[in-house]
Write a protein that binds this ligand. Sequence first.
Ligand code: IFM
Length: 458
Amino acid sequence: MTDRSAIQFPDGFLWGAATASYQIEGAALEGGRGKSVWDTFSHTEGKVAKGHTGDVACDHYHRLDDDVAMMADLGLQSYRFSISWSRVMPDGRGAVNAVGLAFYQRLVDRLLEHGITPCPTLFHWDLPQGLEDIGGFRSRDTVSWFGDYAALMARELGDRVSMWSTFNEPWCYAYLGHASGRHAPGLTDPAAAVAVAHHELLAHGLALRAMRAERSGLQLGIVINPSNVRQEGTPTAPPEQVRLIDAIHNRWWFDATLRGEYPADLLASYGPLADAIQPGDLEVIAQPLDWLGINYYFDILVRGLTADDSADGWLEYPTVTGVTEAPTREVHTDMGWPITPEGFTALLVRLHTDYPNLPPIHITENGCAYDDPVVDGRCADPRRIEYLDLHLRALRDAMQQGVDVRGYYQWSLMDNFEWALGYDKRFGLVHVDFDTLERTPRDSAFWYRDVIAHNGIR
Ligand code: IFM
């Protein structure tokens, strides 16, 4: 039985909610914005459920003022959003788009007027198509273009924004985008995926250097989405293969940024797939981090193969053999994801134990998809409240075991474009009617407002 007594977070703990540019902005090619890989991908038949695209999304581009006012009404202390690279640099390099920059300047100004701390991410998967056309993150050139873009943003917004992250969930962009092809740009090439996984980290390191050269005092981090990888059900998966999944999903990112090395077992397994790594790269990658963003949703549950399983392998984990995802549990979210709050505690404690130089953590995403409708103007979503309650308790447990966590962002402020799954997976504290674009805060939004107001669960 979970203990449901009141819990309190430390003074100064920062409470927020998160979104990302392509998922909410809409206004696809308005105001001089260039195309991104997600425009191309979502407009390619068969790539996104029901043919949904981000052309309109939540229309946040046109509703910015009202949306920020809504955040203030909900008591948010911080707002994590991402910048569309191709809105501010239509081709990803060279010319800067003043209209695009003005949009983010206005967003930041509105947030600050309401006392909400902005927390932008520079790359949440919407790579400018112009850069994809010349090799995307498979090419080392994109690394330096990213450095230029990061310096531009530090120059333009760094006077009012101190908390930045470079990449969101680089594992997803590398492997969903280039190994399984479930996400943009939709490639199925393991060597490309590993090159992207390396170049994203190199771009992150270069961006930190470039931003610090531009301005002092910025608080710079990166956002990773680790998961425990756990055996569940039968047959048992080979432990060394499970360890390899852990290396691809978790250790690659933390070992590189915090230790300046890649996991030896994974390098041995990748062999020539990892040819993009050059001498000196890890030194660039391992720049000091002011903070680290952790996105946590669920533990990855795995089992060994039965005679009925395909022998094709698990595309997102290229060199892994003999392992597949355990069947969906009976109780799960609309994404089919298991609910594993105990894993949240264990994961944070593991990071704290394994990486003595772990910087302060912000939980930059945590949440769940449930499609509860609006009835007579109200949207009751008890399952979301339950999920958030359990995960905040799990977070508090980790903090009591010594993990230094400074803030928590719920994913997501409002229902939005859930990538290849389109608009049907609803993660929002706020319900969005995608016909009228009307926003209706769910019960969970009011519950969360209460959590923020009391700095804990009553
Ligand atoms: O919607 C995504 C977000 O863009 C990145 N993290 C996971 C969320 C839910 O799938």
